[in-house]
Design a protein around this ligand. Structure first.
Ligand SMILES: Nc1ncnc2c1ncn2[C@@H]1O[C@H](COP(=O)(O)OP(=O)(O)OP(=O)(O)O)[C@@H](O)[C@H]1O
Length: 307
């Protein structure tokens, strides 16, 4: 199993881009993504056209295309392995990053009738748990949901509470958010309720680039405990899955941001810029795992979406 995987995804043009007569400059073939720089002042094809190879290149630009990458395909490639890892006792992380409006929330959360990675991963977890319970394993699942808005950490499961929570470092367990609500969930509909409650509390606003732009970074964490017997000895395995939807990097002139939106954009770019993504027009998801017994951390996947 590779420790890091990178994927990119192209979304369809939105109405604004259609109205502007936007030109499609991305091509995808297999794992390769090609980018045409139509502004380059040269006829040299090697300068105008560049190709990059990723673990996955998802063509979601045109639903009618035979290569169209659906939410299901993205889940099968990226989400299933997260679920497998959790059951093996690894920690995992998937995060989406990139430019505003490029499809991060769509890939991570999706729509009610076209679910993204987070609900699909949750559903698969509970389906697998139901199977394993028949073999005598018991499970405990807890979730928390927080957002980082203008560098303040807010608890999305606590309603519209604007109190900023403190991030602290535990000598053994590492960083944690003090006072963050954790909900014990017994089935998929419980976890779905938590997701919906958190999503409703998330800070969003309309900008020129996205009618429902996430103005915060959101982290949905599932803590998953499996208890059973190993060679007759009671054993317990704890895994954590962090599912992260970052706010998109943005240019103030493209988003038309002023006042509060402009302030938010500056904070968003600061964090996204710190991880080297500022203004490069990418979005996506990253997975990371940690084997509990070895206390070793590895990246599993990184998925980017290009618009
Ligand atoms: N693969 C896709 N297929 C169809 N529609 C998509 C796809 N990806 C994104 N969209 C649509 O594009 C719009 C913007 O997507 P989304 O809100 O996910 O962007 P974002 O990257 O999360 O933006 P922000 O950083 O501003 O929150 C939405 O209307 C969404 O439904």
């Amino acid at each position: 199993m590779a420790s890091v995987k990178v994927a990119v995804r192209v979304r369809p043009f939105n109405q604004r881009e259609l109205d502007m007569g936007a030109q499609l400059i991305i091509q995808m073939k297999g794992k390769t993504t090609g980018i045409l720089n139509c502004k380059a002042n040269t006829r040299d094809e090697s300068i105008r056209y560049k190709e990059f190879t990723f673990d996955y290149s998802y063509w979601s630009h045109d639903e009618k295309s035979e290569n169209y990458a659906s939410q299901e395909r993205v889940y099968n490639d990226l989400g299933k392995e997260v679920v497998d890892c959790a059951f093996e006792g690894y920690n995992a992380c998937v995060f989406a990053y990139g430019q505003t409006g490029s499809g991060k929330t769509f890939t991570m959360m999706g729509a009610m009738d076209n679910q993204g990675l987070i609900p699909r991963i949750c559903k698969a977890l509970f389906d697998r748990m139901a199977d394993n319970s028949k073999r005598g394993t018991t499970h405990r699942v807890q979730v928390s949901y927080l957002e980082i808005y203008q560098e303040r950490v807010a608890d999305l499961l606590r309603g519209r509470d604007t109190t900023s929570l403190k991030v602290r470092e535990h000598p053994k367990k590492g960083p944690y958010v003090q006072g963050l609500t954790t909900c014990l969930v017994a089935n998929y509909s419980h976890i779905q309720e938590c997701m919906e409650r958190g999503n409703a509390n998330r800070t969003t606003a309309a900008t020129n680039m996205n009618d429902v732009s996430s103005r915060s970074h959101a982290i949905f964490t599932i803590t998953f405990v499996q208890a059973g017997y190993c060679d007759g000895v009671p054993s317990e395995t704890v895994s954590k899955i962090h599912l992260v939807d970052l706010a998109g990097s943005e240019r103030a002139d493209s988003t038309g941001a002023t006042g509060q939106r402009l302030k938010e954009g500056a904070h968003i770019n600061k964090i996204v810029g710190n991880i080297g993504l500022r203004n490069i027009g990418l979005s996506g998801a990253v997975q990371r795992t940690e084997r509990r017994k070895e206390r070793k951390e590895n990246f599993l996947y990184r998925t980017e979406t290009r618009c």
